[in-house]
Design a protein around this ligand. Structure first.
Ligand SMILES: [Zn+2]
Length: 417
């Protein structure tokens, strides 16, 4: 356990915050520090083919130790942390034998991590928690994943009696700004499938995520002196408001759960002459996703028709762009890759929690790039903020799951699947 704690903290104290406004990869120079450390560690524990490319992607290989043919599998996590909250000067705190009560993260600023607000904490009574000091995020997302993958590879190197095929590990920059998979070299990685270790609570196993699109809509107006505006002025802000009113009232993030999709207005800025509205569209179901995009275009057409005579041209211009798709379509034809992970958890006494992700992962992008990639728990909670914490026991279990998946992959006859 101490070994996992030490390794996790050695990663957590390195600031690797990514930056969506930067055009480079990695988006921030400081991410190289951890990338280089990871390369050194993979070499130290005895992996082969350890590489760091010019974009900061780290890869390594644990060679097969069996004579028969076994599919090459991979484990992936990201080493950047979210720009939503500062990752500078992370000072992890350790709570031994958690008693189920409030945890004072920072006495000076009275910042408390309390189970009365974060009920999940009660799952971990008696366990060892790593928390923040209340002033930064922790970065368990996804330094827990890094810790688990490195530790599992080290364990397999030290325990050659455990049989496994070739295993590839991959660590990416810039996941938190949606670019982690962008230039991931799937061919070089060379795995038949992989798992991102980037979920939250122990037991989570995910292979469904949203289909996602973003829309930008420009509303044009006509400014006229308000005292003499009758029949002449068109206030673009009011047209945008009309558009929003046409969207289904209950299909918004704060009213939906599980497989329910939504429209989500993410930005609105305007003047009389021009208003810009941004929204995102999410749905697990490909047909409903398509219908949602059509709904947006239908409303736009309706508004354009209404103002056609008065404005003389389209008053409303929409641009709808797909962002990512549900990985289920790519994973379902090889469901055994989910079954193996589920079996590994059950063998270790972990109850699998299989539920659709209400978002996307690097794995969804990778799945469409030819690397089917379900997501497994990394153990942390309350990502992207000062209340982030991770139970050490969950990280240990994730290590065990990786080891068990490696073992099952070498002993399962996939030709019958
Ligand atoms: Zn993550």
């Amino acid at each position: 356990m101490q070994h996992i704690i030490d390794r996790f903290i050695s990663y957590a104290v390195i600031d690797t915050e990514s930056d969506a406004n930067s055009p480079t990869t990695p988006s921030t120079e400081k991410q190289w520090v951890l990338a280089n450390l990871l390369v050194q560690e993979l070499k130290n524990i005895g992996l082969t083919e350890v590489t760091l490319d010019e974009n900061g992607y780290v890869m390594g290989t644990l060679p097969s130790n069996v004579a028969h043919e076994v599919p090459t599998i991979g484990f992936v996590s990201h080493y950047d942390t979210s720009p939503d909250f500062t990752g500078k000067d992370v000072k992890p705190q350790i709570v031994h034998n958690y008693d189920g009560g409030d945890i004072m993260l920072n006495a000076e600023h009275n910042i408390v991590l309390s189970p009365s607000y974060f009920q999940d904490l009660l799952l971990y009574k008696g366990q060892t928690l790593i928390t923040t000091n209340g002033l930064t995020l922790l970065g368990a997302d996804d330094k827990a994943g890094l810790t688990e993958i490195v530790t599992a590879m080290e364990y397999l190197v030290q325990h050659p009696e455990i049989k496994h095929g070739k295993i590839r590990v991959g660590f990416t920059p810039d996941e938190e700004i949606g670019r982690g998979a962008d230039i991931f070299d799937v061919e070089k990685f060379g795995a038949q499938w992989a798992y991102t270790m980037d979920g939250s609570q122990i037991g989570e196993l995910e292979y469904e995520n949203f289909n996602a699109a973003g829309a930008k809509i420009i509303f044009k107006g006509k400014s006229v002196h308000p005292g003499y505006a009758k029949g002449k002025m068109i206030n673009s802000m009011l047209i945008a408001n009309e558009f929003i009113n046409e969207l289904p009232k209950n299909e918004i993030p704060q009213e939906t759960i599980d497989y329910e999709g939504f429209f989500h207005v993410t930005g609105l800025t305007g003047s009389i002459e021009e208003t810009k509205l941004e929204l995102i569209i999410r749905d697990h179901d490909a047909n409903l996703f398509q219908k949602r995009k059509e709904k947006v275009l239908d409303i736009v057409a309706k508004i354009n028709a209404k103002f056609a005579a008065q404005f003389g041209e389209d008053i409303c211009i929409a641009e709808v762009k797909d962002q990512y798709y549900n990985m289920r379509e790519k994973v379902e034809p090889m469901m055994f890759i989910v079954d193996v992970a589920e079996q590994a958890m059950r063998d270790l006494g972990i109850e699998p929690i299989i539920k659709p992700i209400r978002g996307g992962t690097d794995g969804s992008r990778l799945s469409y790039m030819g690397l089917p990639c379900p997501n497994i728990f990394a153990g942390g909670h309350n990502f992207h903020g000062k209340y982030e914490y991770v139970p050490v026991e969950s990280m240990q279990k994730a290590v065990d799951v990786i080891v068990r998946i490696a073992e099952l992959t070498a002993t399962t006859d996939f030709s019958k699947k």
